[in-house]
Design a protein around this ligand. Structure first.
Ligand code: SAM
Length: 290
């Protein structure tokens, strides 16, 4: 099996298959030999486990996952990679490559078809340009997965793992905290990748909750409210909710006050419970809009 963290091996593969790494697909391959084993261990991958990987690249993480898991399914969008993966993963018969855009895959069906009877985790070095859409797709579909352990840019990690109600929180932190318990595990230097990105990366693990962090009557309306509140970053929650949900300002102010908040409150000061209280207050108003 080729050493996929060795630069000359990578260059030889690229030459053999006439493959140039694509910036557009966010291709920064891991070349630090310590990172993939640690990532796989951090995801809790064991012999009874099914692993969903997103973006195998040339298979450096895929191999570490396959050595530990019962089965690995890796979804890759770049149609130039399967022939390379056939060579680099030769002999690992518990790996299946699915050539598709992860955002277009019916993941619930895929998990049911591929991982029956297994505990399932997601483990990946995510393409940075669609980090949030991928995490939201994984969480919103309420998939039967235990955790999502992924390598992302450090700045994204900080936003994703920020606790709602704290300065760095945003719509993504609220959505993540609603569905999961996030944790930052370790940081990875730019030199651990080929080519080296400009920024530090972080491994985060999202442990999926058995039940959402707050009970809300209307989940869709709840997330519409959260997204609206953070829609205009430097504005008050009231202004952003009013323009985002097209509600009269007086009505939003009244709901905020009824829920016990100052009408000048900033969205980043609001917790998941606070948003639920505001949603309930808006729904209890005469026009009952949210
Ligand atoms: N796992 C490899 C590693 O760690 O070296 C590659 C990681 S690289 C950061 C991201 C991978 O995701 C690339 O292989 C890229 O082609 C793939 N990718 C990008 N967009 C994708 C999408 N929409 N669906 C599936 N894979 C995608």
């Amino acid at each position: 099996m080729p050493n996929l963290t060795d630069l000359s091996t990578i260059r030889a593969l690229c030459e053999k298959y006439d493959f140039a790494l694509s910036k557009g697909f966010g291709q920064n391959f891991i070349v630090n030999p310590g990172v993939c084993p640690r990532l796989a261990e951090s995801a809790g991958v064991t012999a009874d486990c099914g692993v969903l990987e997103i973006g195998p690249g040339i298979g450096v993480l895929t191999k570490e996952l396959a050595l530990r898991a019962k089965k690995v399914v890796s979804i890759e969008v770049d149609d130039r990679l399967p022939p390379i993966l056939a060579e680099t993963l030769e002999g690992l018969d518990n790996v299946k490559i699915v050539l598709q855009d992860v955002l277009k895959v019916d993941l619930k069906q895929l998990i049911a078809d591929e991982f029956a009877g297994m505990r399932v985790v997601v483990c990946a070095n995510l393409p940075y340009y669609i980090t949030s859409p991928i995490l939201m797709a994984l969480l919103e579909q309420k998939l039967p997965i235990e955790n999502i352990t992924v390598l992302v840019q450090k700045e994204a990690a900080e936003r994703i793992t920020a606790a709602p109600g704290t300065r760095q929180s945003g719509a993504i932190s609220c959505a993540v905290a609603y569905y999961a318990t996030p944790k930052t595990l370790f940081h990875v230097q730019p030199g651990s990748f080929y080519p080296a990105p400009k920024v530090i990366s972080s491994v985060i693990r999202l442990d999926v909750r058995p039940n959402p962090a707050v009970q809300v009557a209307d989940e869709k309306g709840y997330f519409a409210l959260v997204r609206a509140a953070f829609g205009q970053r430097r504005k008050t929650a009231a202004n952003s909710i009013s323009s985002g949900l097209q509600l009269p300002k007086a009505q939003v102010n009244a709901a905020l006050e009824a829920a016990g908040f100052d009408i000048r409150v900033r969205p980043e000061a609001l917790t998941l419970q606070d948003f639920a209280a505001i949603q309930a207050a808006l729904a209890n108003q005469p026009s009952g809009v949210v």
